[in-house]
Design a protein. Structure first.
Length: 249
């Protein structure tokens, strides 16, 4: 469902020069799988997700998402994914309901399908109480739920989620974690980045460890435990950093 082929991204900074945000990376993520990307700030997680979502182009290599090449078939990729980024902005003066209708129209959805889909998402994400509130008046957790609903309107087979629970309270985080589980159970393929090791332990079928633009390893949690003798992902990650010659995150 998602495959990267030596995909990489280099940026140019006037002061620092060439920055290798992501070195050539190869991943294969199966249908219905939840794949977590773990790593500190600047590891390359967001860069990889933005390339998969066709927001930025790779410097080298490419990726296949839902059978479409991100370089030669970007519109088909866009129609196949729901992309949630920390930079996603919503229209503050619209209500949640108005915003969802607007984006659904952009996807070419008809009104009966829009109304049915909004009811489904309001129930799934516990949004019924604020569907008619202006987005500028919502809490952080409510805004995140609205952003996720926007991603799901067209019922995409692939979800690309960048820090979906960042800054949320425990109750809202639990709703989103349950939603991710449910989405995978329905056959969606999900790739997401997180700083929260506990989330990855709870959710992920496979995990990729990123550091300084390099994918150090991928495996299941049980596979990592067997290789390192460690129980928790935080300790596993530190072990891999130590092998790479690093002492701290």
């Amino acid at each position: 469902m998602i495959q990267t082929l030596d995909i990489s991204r280099t940026f140019w900074d006037p002061k620092k020069g060439e920055i290798k945000a992501l070195r050539p990376t190869n991943l294969y993520i199966e249908k219905g799988q939840i794949f977590g990307l773990l790593g500190p700030n600047g590891a390359g997680k967001t860069t990889l997700l933005r390339m998969l979502a066709t927001v930025i182009s790779p410097t080298t290599g490419t990726a296949i998402v839902n059978g479409y090449d991100i370089i030669s078939r970007p519109m088909e990729v866009k129609s196949s994914i729901g992309f949630l980024s920390g930079n996603t902005k919503l229209y503050g003066r619209l209500t949640v309901r108005e915003m969802l209708v607007y984006f659904a129209r952009l996807y070419g959805m008809k009104l009966p399908s829009i109304l049915r889909r909004m009811d489904e998402l309001a129930a799934m994400l516990q949004m019924a109480d604020f569907m008619d509130q202006r987005i500028e008046k919502l809490s952080t957790g409510q805004t995140q739920k609205a952003s996720i609903a926007r991603c799901l309107l067209h019922d995409p087979p692939v979800l690309i989620l960048d820090e979906p629970t960042l800054g949320l309270d425990i109750m809202t985080s639990r709703v989103i974690i349950d939603f991710i589980r449910q989405a995978a159970a329905q056959g969606r393929t999900i790739i997401f980045s997180t700083h929260y090791m506990e989330e990855a332990e709870l959710l992920c079928h496979r995990i990729g460890l990123l550091h300084q633009g390099r994918l150090m390893a991928t495996d299941s949690l049980e596979g990592f435990r067997a290789k390192t003798g460690r129980e928790h992902l935080a300790d596993i990650f530190l072990d891999y950093l130590a092998q790479a010659g690093e002492d701290t995150l």
